[in-house]
Design a protein around this ligand. Structure first.
Ligand code: HGY
Ligand code: MN
Ligand code: MN
Length: 421
């Protein structure tokens, strides 16, 4: 299969939910997400593969070469952040479709069925922008999150995952395939590969990450008539907390801890009313778990002092805590060899961003690959990766998948039954 067909498909998908500044807005289970799902389903059916949609909206295109054998899964996610980039996730899904086409043609020509089958996957709600937490579909599939609980998660307007998936016709009933292994290719969303001029990143571990769910409770009053001493302004206190979340990174070595508040909701959000409630979500990440834990402890202590000073109440809850997860050494060595055989430079690196592969690595041996991001920008319309780097990554994914279906690396591992319920 030539790379022109891949590029044509990738750039077509980038037109779905396209924004004015070359980004995409295809939040999970929206009409735009549904359009890319319909496109994915058509690709699977046109290729003659079996399409399955499971109970949390994960989509699988199954290539059964060896009846009854478990499947190597390759894929990523088609949903995006609001006003996000057109490469994050979508690149990995389109590359997986084309890698599968290449291998399907090889099997047809070669006449020999590999030891394992292959499935292409589009995971539901990797991004977590509309429905928190992120990495939802793959985490349910891997048994890390409970499906029924996730189906009840509401977005800011109160629409649940169940209702949203039902509304777009992707609340499936199928059981996902039995997994023998997983591989994913993704943009780096950082600067290392670009800065060092390296073609392929081999992800060896993920960062320790957690969210803080922060509720700031003041009291409504008139912005014009209330004496300043009588105000319990939730937004003033929340503003100080937002700066605390940013400033705590200065207590550690440069780059050791990253943090931001990315989401804020304000009640009642009237220009003439002092705010009574602000809800914030803070994201803390580090390569060192103790760094996140000590930053968290400092924030909680400082917030308590702030609440007393402002005579308001602040509730802080831990949310979406993710330990460091390491990818298998044998997978890194396999990928390193595939890159060398293709004449590609590669290096190991950690991922600061979460990925479906991190969830999948808890149930099957997984390989996570990166291609360079220009300026390291992501979750932004300016996100960019060159056609040449995407095609290189497609060759890399195809080579890794070919080894995996042949049995390299894999001890067939059945998924926990609960994950398939
Ligand atoms: O959570 C993450 O890091 C991913 O971008 N959804
Ligand atoms: Mn992603
Ligand atoms: Mn993302």
């Amino acid at each position: 299969m030539n790379s022109a067909a891949f590029l044509k498909d990738f750039h077509h998908v980038a037109t779905i939910g396209a924004t004015a500044n070359s980004g995409v807005d295809r939040q999970a289970a929206t009409a735009e997400d549904a359009k890319t799902r319909d496109w994915f389903a058509a690709q699977v059916r046109d290729a003659g593969w079996e399409l399955r949609v499971d109970g949390i909206g994960n989509m699988f295109g199954l290539l059964e070469w060896t009846p009854g054998a478990p499947y190597v899964l390759i894929g990523s996610h088609l949903d995006s952040q609001p006003l996000g980039g057109r490469f994050d996730g979508a690149y990995g899904v389109v590359a997986a479709l084309h890698a599968a086409r290449r291998l399907d043609a090889e099997v047809a020509e070669g006449g020999t069925a590999p030891r394992f089958n292959l499935a292409v996957v589009n995971w539901f709600n990797e991004e977590g922008g509309r429905f928190a937490p992120s990495i939802m579909g793959s985490s349910v599939f891997a048994g890390l999150l409970q499906r029924e609980q996730m189906l009840d998660v509401p977005d800011l307007s109160g629409t649940t995952v169940r209702d949203a998936l039902g509304a777009i016709g992707y609340l499936g009933t199928a059981v996902g395939p039995e997994v023998a292994g997983y591989a994913e290719i993704h943009i780096e969303q950082g600067r290392i590969l670009e800065r060092e001029g390296i073609a392929i990143g081999l992800v060896d571990s993920s960062w320790y990450t957690q969210k803080l769910d922060i509720e700031v409770l003041g009291e409504q009053s008139h912005t014009g008539a209330t004496a300043m001493a009588d105000r319990h302004d939730a937004l003033v206190a929340a503003s100080k907390i937002i700066l605390m979340v940013h400033d705590v990174t200065n207590d550690f070595a440069e780059g050791a801890l990253v943090s931001s508040v990315g989401q804020l909701t304000l009640e009642p959000n009237s220009p003439i009313v002092v705010a009574r409630r602000v809800h914030l979500v803070a994201d803390l990440r580090s390569g060192g778990p103790d760094i996140v834990k000590s930053a968290r402890a400092k924030l909680i202590a400082d917030i308590e002092v702030l609440a007393q000073e402002h005579n308001i109440k602040v509730n802080v809850k831990d949310f979406d805590v993710r330990p460091i997860r390491r990818f298998p050494e044998a997978g890194l060595e396999l990928a390193d060899k595939v890159a060398a055989d293709l004449g590609l430079s590669s290096r190991r690196l950690q991922t600061m961003a979460g990925h479906d592969s991190v969830a999948m690595n808890t149930v099957a041996p997984s390989i996570m690959l990166f291609v360079p991001s220009v300026d390291g920008v992501s979750h932004c319309e300016r996100e960019f990766t060159t056609d040449a780097d995407m095609v290189t990554g497609l060759d890399m994914l195809t080579g890794v998948a070919r080894e995996l279906v042949a049995g390299a690396l894999i001890n067939a591992q059945a998924l926990p039954a609960a994950a398939l319920a």
